[in-house]
Design a protein around this ligand. Structure first.
Ligand code: GDP
Ligand code: GDP
Ligand code: MG
Length: 317
């Protein structure tokens, strides 16, 4: 998909967040033509309301206030542009690695991806979409059904594997998740499969400690293939706000998370969480989920994100 297609997808997926932020900024601008303390405070409220998070909002507001003073902005219509610039800068500072889409690095085959996160955040759906993206890019994909905790998990994953055109390795419900992961990597090695994607369980409150289980899966995968897993993706539901940041802290301290996936951005007006997470976590946002269909996973592109958030047409100045 070219940049235009990406921006269109982002624009659709971020509609609720955009309407919330821009709608409120419009109201501020319409109510008062001059930038003053009161206007700046209202802007701060808008950011907090969109779940941008207090730490990140503070940085944005400091930068905006400084520019208002130094560059002598008076007209409140400048708020849109100031906000967009500062958000773009913030995202830029925090991770300048380019979204390279779905291309795999040379030499690591199979390329093993472990997908973790709590129940219901969208792991299985994301795996289906990810497998589809890799298939579209011409890679051969095998999915490992290491969420052996829920009986229905196998069926759901099988359906996604079918849609994506990927293979699947599974065992009976209740099997050792690490054994499934081991089998999946073994199968990929034997068949020269390009990509392994391992689904995991996400129940937090049972007697078997989830973090222990994930560490064991990791260990067994590494034993089968030194250097693997090459990626550990933590999936977070964008609608859960600051709770998502809590989850991120928990998982990153237990397993070595290499990237974040923020799902369900289409369903929330609080997409500002992307900014909070990009700013506050050391781990980059790699993908965003903006719908339930197979083509609704997008590599996170900072420029497309900001353009979509501010609906370029909105800013013809
Ligand atoms: P898991 O428990 O983490 O494996 O989560 P699932 O993949 O089973 O997803 C839980 C629910 O979230 C399902 O109803 C999905 O359709 C839905 N879902 C996942 N990703 C997205 C997304 O990006 N947008 C929307 N609207 N729904 C999503
Ligand atoms: P344990 O269940 O605590 O003994 O954990 P292990 O680290 O031994 O591995 C868990 C699972 O991964 C095992 O039950 C096996 O299914 C699989 N596994 C680990 N190492 C090997 C191995 O060397 N060969 C095979 N075939 N399977 C392995
Ligand atoms: Mg699942």
């Amino acid at each position: 998909m070219g940049l235009l297609g990406t921006i269109r997808k982002f624009t659709e997926g971020l509609a609720k967040t955009r309407d919330s932020i821009l709608g409120k900024v419009d109201r501020i601008v319409n109510a008062k033509s001059k930038i003053d303390r009161d206007v700046l405070e209202q802007l701060e409220e808008v950011l907090l309301g969109a779940d941008v998070g207090s730490q990140t909002t503070e940085i944005l507001m400091q930068n905006i206030e400084r520019r208002v003073k130094e560059e002598k902005y008076e007209d409140s219509t400048a708020l849109h542009v100031l906000l967009r610039d500062e958000i773009a800068k913030l995202l830029h500072v925090n991770g300048d690695e380019k979204a390279n889409g779905i291309l795999l690095p040379e030499g690591k085959r199979p390329y093993v991806i472990l997908v973790v996160g709590v129940n219901g955040v969208g792991k299985t759906t994301t795996i289906g979409k990810l497998a589809y993206n890799y298939r579209q890019a011409g890679y051969r994909v095998v999915i490992g059904a290491a969420d052996t905790f829920r009986a229905a998990a196998n069926e759901q994953l099988e359906l996604w594997a079918q849609r994506a055109g990927a293979e699947i390795i599974q065992q009976a419900p209740g099997a050792d998740p690490a054994a499934v992961a081991y089998d999946t990597v073994s199968s990929a090695v034997a068949k020269n499969t390009d990509v392994v994607i391992i689904d995991t369980a996400g129940r937090l409150h049972t007697k078997v400690n989830l973090m222990e289980e994930l560490r064991k899966i990791r260990r067994v995968v590494e034993k089968r293939m030194p250097g693997a897993p090459h990626e550990v993706l933590l999936v977070l539901d964008a609608g859960t706000g600051q709770n998502g940041i809590q989850q991120a802290r928990q998982f990153t301290s237990a397993v070595q998370v290499t990237g974040l996936v923020l799902t369900k951005l289409d369903g929330t007006a609080k997409g500002g969480i992307v900014l909070a997470i990009s700013h506050e976590m050391q781990v980059p946002v790699k993908y965003i989920g903006i719908g339930e269909s197979i083509d609704d996973l997008q590599p996170f592109d900072r420029k497309a994100f900001v353009d979509a958030l501010f609906n370029i047409e909105h800013l013809q100045n």
